[in-house]
Design a protein around this ligand. Structure first.
Ligand SMILES: [Zn+2]
Length: 348
């Protein structure tokens, strides 16, 4: 497997999209996500690969959608081919089910984030694609999934970012709306191991428009140890510093996961595997603190289930998908905790 270092592999060296008006090019990739405008993608783009847990072939197609549509997954029967034509982001065929990327559709799932369409169909492993969409500041898109989960690809969000940037980003003509945190919210969970650190996640009000994240992890295995990262969500920084970080696991857990019917598609091609202080992947790590960067990527994907970009500060120690889900639920449980707010006039 090739080693991607974000800045070398992911920043386009030429304009990525020459046809649609207003599509992003290299020069306009930079910028904070306190953008005034809502964004969609310029044209459909498709990715396929194996499912991490099912081991089955899975496909995902990102398609443009109108302003206000939000991020919506369209789940298809496994037998149905994906449509070949363009869509306007609003058509759902009879054999499909639509489910908003929203916390109210979150359903318990082992080791990943899953959404329930309400008709028995569940889509798993949505978090890396959602991280790519949120990291690139995409507000409105249709995400058609063919299979029980999104393809794991290389275990990071880089292939999703790469594909979406190849399609191009376009302004949809409306002002972006933020979910602004008004009161501090905190959730806690017991430590993962008897002598491990307590798990805490918080969302705090923030003066400036946008989202910043402070995250730390502390694992007994010396290959990971204690790592922390601070990040302010911006397009270019997300692509270059976060998107490439791969999911990780421990070799001693792999057998148990397989016995539970999980990680059937898992391999050293789509995950960093750690055993007794060593990284088993022959190519090593993509960054010395790839582990905590992946946890940050997961948090950005999980927070995308708020229903819009968050204006606030996220702080977490030893977070996971369940803790992030509990945090969002706690935030949204009381309408005094948050408010919709349009991007400030001062933003570009
Ligand atoms: Zn992940």
């Amino acid at each position: 497997m090739a080693i991607l270092h974000g800045s070398e592999a992911l920043i386009p060296t030429r304009p990525m999209n020459s046809d649609p008006d207003g599509a992003w090019t290299q020069s306009s990739l930079a910028g904070a996500l306190s953008s005034r405008a809502r964004f969609s993608i310029a044209k459909p783009v498709e990715l396929s690969g194996v499912g991490l847990h099912s081991g089955k072939p899975c496909r995902v197609r990102f398609a443009p959608a109108k302003a206000g549509h939000g991020l919506v997954f369209i789940l298809r029967n496994a037998q149905s081919p994906l449509p070949s034509g363009e869509t306007d982001g609003s058509e759902i065929a009879i054999d499909e089910a639509g489910v908003d990327a929203h916390i109210r559709h979150l359903t318990p799932s082992n080791l990943c984030t899953a959404l329930d369409a309400g008709d028995g169909r569940v889509v798993r492993l949505v978090e890396h694609a959602l991280a790519a969409l949120a990291g690139l500041g995409v507000d409105d898109a249709e995400i058609r999934v063919d299979g029980p989960e999104l393809p794991i690809l290389d275990g990071s969000a880089a292939p999703f970012c790469d594909a979406i940037l190849r399609a191009g980003l376009v302004k949809t003509g409306e002002r972006r709306r933020y979910l602004r945190v008004l009161r501090p919210i905190e959730v806690r969970a017991p430590a993962l191991t008897p002598d491990g650190p307590e798990r805490v996640a918080q969302l705090l009000p923030r003066e400036e428009c946008g989202l910043d994240l402070d995250l730390e992890i502390d694992f007994a295995d010396a290959a990971i140890g204690r790592q922390s990262v601070h990040f302010t969500l911006e397009r270019e920084a997300f692509v270059n510093e976060i998107s490439f970080a791969r999911t990780f696991g421990f070799a001693h857990e792999v057998e148990a996961l397989r016995e539970a019917g999980l990680a059937r598609g898992g391999s050293l091609d789509n995950a960093v595997v750690v055993a007794d202080g060593e990284v088993l992947n022959p190519e090593g790590l993509r960054h010395a603190d790839e582990f905590v960067r992946h946890k940050l990527l997961d948090a950005i994907g999980d927070l995308a289930l708020a229903g819009g970009p968050i204006w606030g500060s996220y702080r977490a120690s030893q977070p996971g998908h369940a803790l992030n889900g509990a945090l969002l639920r706690a935030l949204l449980s009381d309408s005094d905790n948050w408010a919709w707010e349009l991007a400030p006039e001062t933003t570009e």
